[in-house]
Ligand binder design. Sequence first.
Ligand code: FES
Length: 386
Amino acid sequence: MKFKKQIFGFLDMLRFTKLVPNRRAALAAGSTEPLPKSWRTNELARRLHPGMMDVELTAVRQLAPGMQEFVFRRLDGGAFPFFRAGQYISLQGIVGESIVSRPYSIVSSPREALAGKLALGVADAGFFSGYLNREAKPGDRFRMSEPSGEFHYETLRDKPQIVCVAGGAGITPFVSMARSMAEGDEPFSMTLFYGARTEAQLAYKKELDALADKGLRTVYVLSDEEKPGFEHGFVTAELLEQYVDPREVTYFLCGPQAMYAFVAGQLAKYSLPVKAVHKDATCCPNLALDAPRTFQLTVHVRDEVFMMPAREDETLLTAMERGSIPAPNKCRAGGCGYCHSKWLGGEFCIADGRDGRREADRKFGFIHPCVTYPLSDIEIDVPASE
Ligand code: FES
């Protein structure tokens, strides 16, 4: 190969010969001050993404029969990280021999969390939530994940008017969204349809009513009571049409699966695009099996190996919690990927509609234990928890 020699190429070579002396001179002229130990960008990243936080329960109050509010502070006295109204945290505690955690929607607004206070509304249903409702008291300590989740308003995707439909304890993310809107931090206007059996079962009613003059419109829908000032029945298409133009809004739904199915049926006639309806994820439940078999679950965590029983009606994550293995998890619904683990052998099935794995994960044998049930003895490799 022939190279064409050019005069400028020789000049470059001359500059190159001065490179080393120039660098030496620059180093000699440099400051002798030690480098800073931390940088502003890193500090901000730590504030926004603190990982797991140690927290203390500071107050408990009854919201409705079978539902209480729990207020937390960080043990290090810091602010909770900024989040998007509608997101959740995962609360972790030790109950008996088990390390248990559950995701809960945040009730506080992002501003309240930045002021150091974070509240959750928890219904007395299930193992950990039942423990919280019956036994947790101020002074108790827990671990809490940083906020996560996709259930929040997105300016580019969502319409300026949103309709939120809450069923029972599903009111919690909407309290945060309504507060955030009232504080001027959200660009949407919000109509909230809040369904419960009776008026007594409406949590946060006083707080929601107080936000009426800050732009929140709340429609209470009671299924088992007829009262002036309340709608009766369920959130039907006819009811929606009385308050909004159902084709010109974005929907946010949070409540039991039966409510999702009912509201989806009501909205079907509007032929809405998929992006017009957002549903909050719910934890993957136990399967209803008459005589569930029990298999052996072998878990590798770094260079340690643990063995424990795993019932076929419970997820692998539940089996690990029973076995006191602190397996990482957040959403418990197959969506966040935080529990992402390597499958090493055995048969399993994944809950219907919960397989949130990427194609590459399926191909290379990764699973989400939070939505995976054993069908034989099974062996997995789990990342170490924080
Ligand atoms: S905990 Fe979120 S995918 Fe398993």
